[in-house]
Design a protein around this ligand. Structure first.
Ligand SMILES: C[S@@+](CC[C@H](N)C(=O)[O-])C[C@H]1O[C@@H](n2cnc3c(N)ncnc32)[C@H](O)[C@@H]1O
Ligand SMILES: Nc1nc2[nH]cc(C(=O)O)c2c(=O)[nH]1
Ligand code: SF4
Ligand SMILES: [Mg+2]
Length: 221
C-alpha cells in the first residue's frame, strides 16, 4: 500500500520533462527536513489525517490529509478521472520510502511512462525504464552509500540552489562519488532573484542546464 498526499494532472514544470502532460502522484512522508521544502505538508504521516483516496484527488490547497492505496486502485482512479496524460511523476514527500517496483511495473503494463523525484536518501526501488531525477540532499539522513548509489542510478540531477555553497556542495559530491552525470540542472530555490541569477551564471560557466519551476510562474499545480 502506498500513502498518497495528492493526485493531479498537470504539465511537468521541472528539468528534462518540462512541458510534458503528466499525472502527479505525491506520496506522504519525508524525514529529510529541507528548510526550503515547498511540500512541508507531506512530511508527517499522522493517522488522524487519514482519508479516502478520492479526497486526495485535485486538492484545492496543500494539506496533510493522506490516503492509502495499492497500484490497482491508483490506476483505476486515473482511468475513472479520465486523465489523458501518459507520463506519471511520482514525487512527495520522499517516494523512495516505498518500494515503487510494483507500482511502476503496473503503470508500464498500462502504457504509462514513469518518473520519480527523489532526494537520494533512501534506496531507489524502481524498474529500469523509470526515469530517475535525483535532487541530492547532501549531509542529510541516509548517508553516503545510499546517496552514491542514487547518483549512479540518476538519469538527471536537479539541484536546488540559493547560495554559492550549494554549487560547491554539488561539485564536491561529484568528486567524492566519481559520478559525472550527463544531465545536471540547477533549480533556483523559491524563484528568488538572487538564486535565479546564481543558477543562470553557474549554468553558463559549467554548461549545465537551468530548471525554473515553470508551474509556479504560470500559476498551475
Ligand atoms: C518537493 S521534492 C519531493 C521529492 C523528493 N523528496 C526530493 O527532494 O527530490 C520535489 C523537488 O522539488 C525541489 N524543491 C523543493 N522545494 C523547493 C523550493 N523551494 N525551490 C526549488 N525547488 C524545490 C526538490 O529539491 C525536488 O527536486
Ligand atoms: N507542475 C509541476 N511540476 C513539478 N515537478 C516536480 C514537482 C514536485 O513537486 O515534485 C512538480 C509540481 O508540483 N508541479
Ligand atoms: S527531501 Fe524533498 S520532500 Fe523531503 S524535505 Fe527535502 S525537498 Fe522536501
Ligand atoms: Mg511542487
Amino acid at each position: 500500500m502506498y500513502k498518497i498526499n495528492e493526485i493531479f494532472e498537470t504539465i511537468q514544470g521541472e528539468a528534462s520533462y518540462t512541458g510534458v502532460p503528466s499525472i502527479f502522484l505525491r506520496l506522504q512522508g519525508c524525514p529529510v527536513g529541507c528548510a526550503w521544502c515547498d511540500t512541508k505538508q507531506t512530511w508527517e504521516i499522522d493517522p488522524t489525517y487519514k482519508i479516502s483516496l478520492d479526497g486526495t484527488v485535485e486538492k484545492k490547497t496543500d494539506s496533510q490529509w493522506w490516503a492509502e492505496a495499492n497500484a490497482e486502485q491508483i490506476i483505476e482512479l486515473f482511468q475513472q478521472r479520465g486523465y489523458l496524460a501518459k507520463h506519471v511523476v511520482i514525487t512527495g514527500g520522499e517516494p523512495c520510502m516505498f518500494d515503487l517496483v510494483p507500482l511502476c511495473e503496473r503503470l508500464h503494463q498500462q502504457g504509462y511512462s514513469t518518473q520519480i523525484e527523489t532526494s537520494g536518501t533512501f534506496e531507489i526501488k524502481v524498474p529500469e525504464q523509470t526515469w530517475v531525477t535525483v535532487s541530492p540532499k547532501i549531509n542529510m539522513r541516509g548517508g553516503y552509500e545510499v546517496l552514491a548509489s542514487a547518483m549512479q542510478r540518476a538519469d538527471e540531477i536537479k539541484h536546488p540552489v540559493a547560495m554559492q555553497k550549494h554549487v560547491e556542495e554539488l561539485e564536491a559530491l561529484f568528486e567524492q562519488t566519481g559520478v559525472t552525470p550527463k544531465l545536471v540542472y540547477l533549480q533556483p530555490i523559491s524563484q528568488k532573484a538572487k538564486a535565479t541569477k546564481l543558477a543562470i551564471d553557474t549554468c553558463m560557466k559549467k554548461n549545465w542546464r537551468l530548471s525554473v519551476q515553470v508551474h509556479k510562474y504560470i500559476g498551475i499545480n
